[in-house]
Design a protein around this ligand. Structure first.
Ligand code: SF4
Length: 291
């Protein structure tokens, strides 16, 4: 079901200095996400989204953004894509992300988009306009190089091969791009060959950063949903998770130390960063005093 809601505010300050994605502000234009990744943390009870399959459209989001942007004095990266994908199928119809990017370009803010969709290519013109004034960063989440496995884990999202192709196109057009290599699901995706493939392909297609996370989080109803899907697609794997992690929230891959060492090597080889640097406004040249 898709329905409209009214939001009270849109731009949230990122309270901790964000040294992973470089964000100063964050915004969500939708609630719920049609990509329906089986591991999605947004299903957790703390976020209060009753039915994650429903998509709620913030009908006043663009008015709020137009009001809030001129009141932000610091020009930090505006992130979108942490609680839902800004380029889910619903965006084709409602276009909130495109309208938001137009305002971000107009008011001279930089942006960092996190997505699993090649629909972002539709907005290349706006990303280039933002890049010309400040900075436009697009990071594609890729958790496996295997399109067939991704269909089970991220059933509503375009396949990783389409995401990599989109990354290449954006990079070729001057947009700063990278990969979010997270979550890496224990016993399913924590394979050195898969990590090597993703990082090498990202580098070959023009990525400038790959941000890793060798594990996942599990809690309350999100864990229930994930285990139900494991039973459906990977019979027997739930028992392995329960034995390894019990009720734990942070579920690090047992291979994490070896994967991290491999990843560090790959980053050195390919010249990739493992973080997205915060936005630094260009320093205005000081005027010479003439006497
Ligand atoms: S794309 Fe992101 S927000 Fe959407 S379901 Fe997947 S993990 Fe959740």
């Amino acid at each position: 079901m898709i329905r409209k809601i009214e939001a009270r505010t849109l731009l949230a300050h990122v309270s901790q200095p964000d040294d992973w994605f470089g964000l100063r502000y964050n915004m969500n234009l939708y609630r719920g996400c049609q990509h329906q990744c089986i591991y999605c943390d947004s299903r957790s009870a703390c976020y209060g989204i009753e039915n994650f399959a429903d998509v709620l459209i913030k009908g006043n989001a663009i008015d709020l953004l137009r009001d809030e942007l001129p009141r932000k004095r610091a020009k930090g990266l505006i992130g979108t894509g942490s609680m839902n994908d800004p380029y889910g199928p619903v965006e084709r119809q409602y276009g909130l992300t495109r309208q938001a990017l137009a305002l971000i370009a107009e008011f001279g803010f930089p942006v960092h988009i996190l997505t699993k969709s090649d629909l972002v290519l539709r907005d290349l013109d706006l990303l280039q306009a933002i890049q010309a004034r400040t900075r436009a960063v697009v990071s594609f989440t890729i958790t496996t190089p295997d399109d067939a496995l991704a269909r089970k884990l991220e059933p509503g999202a375009p396949p990783p091969s389409a995401r990599l192709a989109a990354l290449e196109t954006l990079a070729r057009h001057g947009i700063e791009t990278g990969v979010l290599l997270m979550p890496i699901l224990p016993f399913l995706e924590d394979d050195p060959a898969a990590i090597q493939t993703i990082v090498a392909q990202a580098a070959a297609r023009g990525a400038r950063h790959v941000v890793p996370g060798f594990g996942m989080t599990l809690r309350d109803r999100q864990r229930d949903y994930f285990y139900t899907r494991l039973d459906q697609h990977f019979p027997g794997l739930r028992a392995r998770y329960e034995a390894a992690f019990g009720e734990r929230y942070s579920c690090r891959s047992p291979n994490a130390p070896a994967l991290q060492a491999l990843f560090d090597d790959l980053c050195r080889t390919h010249g990739l960063r493992a973080r997205v640097a915060p936005y630094q406004p260009a320093v205005q040249p000081t005027q010479l005093q003439l006497f």
